[in-house]
Design a binder for this molecule. Structure first.
Ligand SMILES: [Zn+2]
Length: 446
């Protein structure tokens, strides 16, 4: 099918076969995608009647667990096979939000929050304390940012539950007096007129605004664009917008005291070749920002203590022990991660909708892998992985729907699989969502 020789495959026979062998799936009840995948892989493995099969070679790795008794310092090492890594997200309490500053700087910030925060103002308070302790709450606004356009200003008492985290951004407001107002400065590609980055805010007088009132602020923004791209002054054109619709060239050299009546915003247009460099700079910068998935992996492999839970044979009693897990070499060719969104306990059953960012390319497992001297990775690429598929779950614990994003490695395109509908995606920018449940990574070769 991937070769392009066939357009579609009818999976009815496969389904019948699965239902014959795993009667559990014979009805049309809600099932868990991760459980099914596990059963399905085991079913194929069992049919080979061999110890090592294609399934174990592709999907299985080994986890090493080291437990050191703090009483007698005895270390116990155990190894067990695994075919997927279940990552807990219930204690995950960081939000990753884009922060846009007055001087043009933009960066993703991680905001540590506790589970009790409910409103936009709570989040802003956490942000100020952790990232901008010198600013006050009136200097910061949470906005809905979609494709670099501010669609909405969030109210401080708006519930965070009603906000899509991937659309949330924080914008710095410049300090102003009662005689001044804020206006947006938008950044557009000169040939397409499309915005290429989030806007910033400027201040200008309520009345009789001239270029002189804006020049220092605009120079600062041009300085930011130049320093990231090395673009020359000729790459820029300035416009001012009045009554929210009419656009005029902003005259910089001559008549700088010319009045700009009813000014509503400013546009900085940059030539396309420099826009491309700017976007590349920020994309690479953002993607090297540690993903939330990497933080979850760090949590999973973090050293912890088994306090009284460990029975040491040498001490012949319950003791405190140090515990740490590692991945063993060779790593599996296919690395499957389950984001544990479904919580079942005595008090409540719930689905966790937290947005977890994860990389499409270059997930590196090196720091979680055992590296003693006789067992080093042959080269660094053997610990690096690219995403090849995501299983998404929408809906609740009781009633939900699965879809899959999968990449065709022949044509390099991503496809959406939604029951009997299959659609090619225009780009890979919508792959990472809060619905992601199972992530399938494939080891990079060469
Ligand atoms: Zn001991």
């Amino acid at each position: 099918m991937w070769s392009g020789k066939y357009t579609a495959v009818d999976p009815s026979l496969l389904l019948n076969n699965i239902q014959d062998n795993l009667p559990h799936y014979a009805n049309y009840r809600q099932q868990d995608a991760q459980e099914f995948m596990n059963h399905f892989l085991n079913l194929i493995h069992d049919e080979f009647s061999m110890k090592t099969t294609l399934i174990t070679e592709l999907f299985y790795g080994q986890l090493q667990s080291t437990v050191k008794c703090l009483g007698c310092r005895q270390t116990e090492i155990t190894k067990e096979p695994f075919s997927f890594l279940p990552l807990s997200i219930s204690n995950y309490n960081q939000k990753s939000v884009l922060y846009v500053k007055v001087d043009g700087e933009q960066r993703l910030v991680s905001i540590k929050v506790n589970s009790s925060i409910m409103f936009v103002n709570d989040l802003i308070d956490c942000f100020l304390k952790q990232h901008e302790p010198k600013l006050t709450r009136d200097r910061i606004r949470a906005v809905q940012l979609v494709n670099n356009v501010v669609k909405d200003l969030y109210d401080g008492w708006q519930s965070l539950r009603s906000i899509r985290e991937e659309e949330l951004a924080i914008v710095e407001y410049p300090e102003k007096s009662v005689h001044q107002k804020h206006i947006w400065c938008n950044f557009i590609d000169h040939s397409t007129n499309k915005v290429f980055r989030p806007p910033t805010l400027l201040i200008c007088p309520n009345q009789n605004c001239t270029y002189l009132h804006l020049s220092d602020q605009i120079d600062q923004l041009l300085g930011h664009l130049c320093s990231t791209t090395n673009a020359p002054a000729s790459a820029f054109h300035l416009y001012w917008i009045y009554r929210n619709e009419m656009r005029r060239t902003l005259k910089v050299e001559a008549n700088t005291d010319e009045d700009l009546p009813s000014i509503s915003s400013i546009q900085i247009a940059m030539a396309t070749e420099w826009v491309d460099i700017y976007k590349k700079y920020y994309n690479t910068n953002h993607s090297t920002d540690k993903s939330m998935l990497a933080s979850l992996l760090t949590d999973y492999f973090r050293e912890d203590y088994l306090d009284g839970d460990y029975h040491c044979l040498k001490c012949s009693k319950s003791t405190v022990a140090q515990h740490k897990s590692y991945l063993c070499l060779p790593l599996p060719h296919v690395f499957i991660i389950q984001l544990k969104r479904f919580m079942y306990d005595v008090n409540s059953n719930e689905k966790i909708d937290t947005y977890i960012s994860f990389p499409l390319y270059g997930l590196d497992l090196n720091e979680y892998t055992v590296t003693d001297n006789d067992n080093k990775p042959e080269n660094s690429s053997s610990t690096k992985y690219d995403l090849i598929a995501v299983s998404n779950h929408t809906g609740s614990l009781l009633s939900g729907h699965y879809t899959t994003y999968a990449k065709n490695t022949k044509d390099e395109n991503w496809y959406l699989f939604d029951d009997r509908y299959v659609r090619k995606l225009d780009s890979d920018k919508d792959i990472v969502t809060k619905n992601a449940y199972i992530l399938v990574y494939v080891q990079k070769t060469g």
